[in-house]
Design a protein around this ligand. Structure first.
Ligand code: TRP
Length: 295
């Protein structure tokens, strides 16, 4: 062990103490998370969900413990499924929505963790979230549910691996994202556009979207509508994703030809100059896009 290799006694002692401290914190965390997970499984879920959700980003072991504890995923799914009956007709209460969002936030932790992400994908559990995305209701309880659900998918697409795009394409997430881009508020538009962007940035994703003119048109016209939305509700974050989506679409030759005719006017005439301010990256992408399209 390295302790014996250290020459300075003081350093040695510190290292051992440090080590012990780390160990006890880890053990304490382990016990805390495990007991909360047990409460969750035992159907005593309200407090357990709140507490697990509040520590989920600070404690690394939350994702693997949630994943590997027998009955835990079933308990989380129970929270998700229990509100299906209230989606249509739309009778979901704020309290129900908040509780489902806590469960979703734990799914997001599983989706963000390198160890559990692929397992989560392979389990097809993300599919249970899709019914929330097809709702169209604009009340806060529905909107927060869609935003949180999209957050789970967005965590999945943050990886560079290929498999997530194939999964998402095979499960028809694109129409759901387009729906969210159309009906959502700023946050919902930003996350769903980010997911589309990540799909486009993948080779298979770009090919899939540009495979038929109908698909290309569906995607580009929803993005085009968001450009008009930006005229009323400026959002630099959304503009950034939009410009990058167009820029990436232009990598496909047929899409490039189509965009030469259909790129929205406000992107061509400097309408967003004030919004862009001194964000040189967006300016660079926009200029490259216009150059690429010979506009
Ligand atoms: N199954 C549909 C298709 O393959 C899914 C779809 C609807 C879609 N709208 C889309 C796919 C827009 C890509 C883009 O066309």
């Amino acid at each position: 062990m390295t302790y014996f290799e250290n020459s300075g006694i003081g350093l040695q002692k510190e290292t051992v103490e440090e080590q012990n401290k780390i160990q006890t914190t880890n053990e304490k965390e382990l016990i805390l998370v495990s007991s909360l997970v047990l409460d969750l499984i035992k159907n005593d879920s309200d407090q357990a969900l709140i507490q697990l959700s509040s520590i989920r980003n600070d404690v690394d072991i939350v994702a693997p413990i949630l994943w590997y504890s027998t009955g835990c995923l079933a308990a989380l799914l129970r929270e998700i499924i229990s509100i299906y009956p209230f989606l249509s007709p739309p009778t979901l209460t704020t309290k129900q929505s908040e509780k489902a969002c806590l469960a979703l936030s734990l799914f997001q932790t599983i989706a963000s963790n390198q160890e559990t992400r692929t397992l989560f994908l392979r389990s097809s559990i993300p599919l249970y979230i899709y019914p929330f995305l097809s709702s169209s209701h604009k009340s806060p309880s529905f909107e927060i549910l869609r935003v949180t659900s999209l957050g789970v998918i967005a965590s999945l697409v943050k990886t560079e691996e290929d498999n997530f795009v194939n999964f998402l394409l095979s499960t028809e997430i694109i129409p759901l994202c387009l729906h969210a881009m159309e009906i959502g508020g700023e946050q919902e538009k930003i996350i769903s556009t980010f997911i589309i962007l990540k799909i486009l940035l993948n080779e298979n994703g770009l090919t899939y979207i540009c495979e038929t003119y109908e698909r290309f048109l569906a995607v580009s016209s929803v993005i085009g509508n968001m450009v008009n939305y930006l005229l009323e509700e400026p959002s630099i974050e959304l503009l950034k994703h939009i410009v990058r989506c167009y820029f990436r679409l232009a990598d496909n030759s047929r899409a490039r030809e189509a965009l030469k005719q259909t790129l929205p006017q406000p992107l061509k005439d400097g309408t967003f100059i004030d919004l862009i301010g001194n964000d040189t990256r967006i300016l660079k992408w926009l200029n490259l896009l216009l150059e690429e399209l010979e506009l």
